[in-house]
Ligand binder design. Structure first.
Ligand code: BG6
Length: 472
């Protein structure tokens, strides 16, 4: 099998990390608008109200809200077939619980989608990307409450009806499995770390699973051409030693972190594996008959995921002295892999392994909706030579090609993360850049906001034009 001529090459962003204009045209506050900046060594905090003396990176971000025409024209110049973006829920329902949507918010996305379609770029929409309305967190602690299902469905009904002729590919929740590490972004909820923590967390995830399944069924009923996928943070996981206990640990981690989520969403039920995980934790979920039916009827059309790195874990504490960091689970340093400046290891072969593992397990199409290299960029004589980024992407594309061509994986497309520089979700920094396009704004939101092509811009253009043949 070779890469199909319909393979969807492109790039991805999230509203809260690029739009800015956080109060324009009727937009309400999202949970992202209360997050402060951090760094590699300093966690991002948040404030319960906006404090005008503090800096919130999402408020201006890269001002995509006012630059989208220029930015999409640049994506078109690179030959994008797909542009993944999220709808900022609080532009459509400012507080989250209104019955009528905000027309100005809807109009903005009409304009963005029309601009994409003008260049034959298909938009792919993430319905919820770490930016649920803050009003719902205040009202019911978001997904902790079952009420959230109705607010979400109201939002989905509006956006599916409005955009189904413009947007075919939809993703429900960005990296919902990262809720196991932070409930704030993934579930818009704050939970005290007491004895009920896990029970509440898994119940909240259940509410999101039901909502996601209902959204899939709704999308199909509004327009049978729509394709709805999930979106998980994914990584290959390795055993630090050949001790069988280490391999068991790997299996357990993958089950809990990845397969638990995919099983429910692909198979439409809590499989024996899921039930065993809950039983092991002593958790009994509140699942109604209606929930079960919704899960059964709303299985996803494809699996999408982000891939940045792999994780290595061991049961031997002595071997854990050198820790690795990353967007997933840390683990120990892998001596075979280099790391980025932010300590994320670089493991292209891990991507091939992962693609095989997921496809063999579920046999439905896959989509890599995030992959990329966060780095500091330097302007030299008016140019940016981002050779490490090109190298990272080239090596990952080589491996995904092998997964398709040699291993028979059904992969629909590849959208690189942060195709234009944007605010880092993990650290709130601008200096952790992923883009093919540089944006002149710094870690304090200062700059001209001018766009500039990096070397990777022309490189990716060539990759797309040759359908992945020319990677030099
Ligand atoms: C994923 C998120 O976790 O990784 C994105 O879906 C995020 O929102 C991306 O930006 C890269 O992480 P970071 O922390 O470098 O921005």
């Amino acid at each position: 099998m070779s890469i199909s001529k319909d393979f969807l090459w492109g790039g991805a962003v999230a509203a809260n990390q690029c739009e800015g204009a956080y109060q324009e045209d009727g937009k309400g506050l999202s949970i992202a608008d209360l997050r402060l900046a951090g760094s590699k060594d300093k966690k991002r905090g948040f404030t319960p109200e906006i404090d005008e003396t503090l800096y919130y990176p999402s408020h201006k971000a890269i001002d995509f809200y006012h630059h989208y025409k220029e930015d999409i024209a640049l994506f078109a110049e690179m030959g994008f077939k797909m542009f993944r973006l999220s709808i900022n829920w609080s532009r459509i329902f400012p507080n989250g619980d209104e019955t009528e949507p905000n027309e100005e918010g809807l109009k903005f996305y009409d304009d963005v989608f029309d601009e994409c379609l003008k260049y034959n770029i298909q938009p792919m929409v993430t319905i919820s990307h770490y930016e649920s309305p803050y009003g719902l967190m205040k009202k019911c602690n978001s997904w902790e409450s079952r009420e959230m299902i109705d607010y979400f469905m109201n939002y989905c009904q509006v956006i599916f009806e409005r955009y189904h002729t413009k947007v075919k590919y939809w993703l429900t929740f960005n990296e919902i499995n990262l809720a196991l590490h932070s409930t704030y972004s993934a579930l818009g909820m704050i939970l005290e770390k007491n004895e009920d923590y896990e029970k509440k967390l898994f119940q909240a995830l259940h509410h999101a699973f039901v909502a996601g399944a209902k959204a899939v069924a709704l999308a199909h009923s509004i327009d049978p051409n729509l394709k709805v996928g999930n979106m998980l943070a994914a990584a290959s996981v390795y055993a630090g030693t050949c001790d069988p206990q280490d391999n068991l640990l790997v299996q357990k981690m993958k089950d809990q972190f990845f397969f638990y989520f995919n099983d429910v969403m692909v198979k439409g039920e809590y499989t024996p594996k899921c039930k065993a995980i809950l039983q092991d934790k002593g958790i009994t979920l509140d699942i109604t008959k209606e929930d079960e039916e919704a899960l059964r009827k709303g299985t996803i059309d494809f699996i999408s995921f982000s891939y940045y790195q792999s994780v290595t874990i061991t049961t031997h504490p002595d071997d854990q002295s050198e820790q690795s960091v990353g967007n997933i689970a840390g683990g120990m340093k892998n001596p075979y892999l280099a790391e980025s400046k932010w300590g994320w290891n670089i493991d292209p072969v891990g991507l091939r392994i992962l693609l095989n593992e997921i496809y063999t397990t579920y046999r439905i199409p896959l989509f890599i909706v995030e992959n990329g290299y966060g780095d500091v960029d330097y302007i030299e004589d008016g140019q940016i030579h981002d050779t490490d980024r090109i190298d990272y992407l080239r090596r990952h594309i080589k491996e995904l090609k092998k997964a398709i061509e040699k291993d028979g994986v059904d992969l629909l497309g590849y959208t690189t993360w942060g195709c234009i520089d944007l605010v880092s979700a993990g650290t709130g920094e601008m200096s952790k850049r992923y883009g093919f396009i540089y944006v002149d704004v710094d870690d304090e939101g200062k700059g001209t906001f001018k766009r500039m092509k990096k070397d990777s811009f022309n490189w990716y253009k060539k990759v797309i034009a040759s359908n992945g043949e020319d990677l030099d």
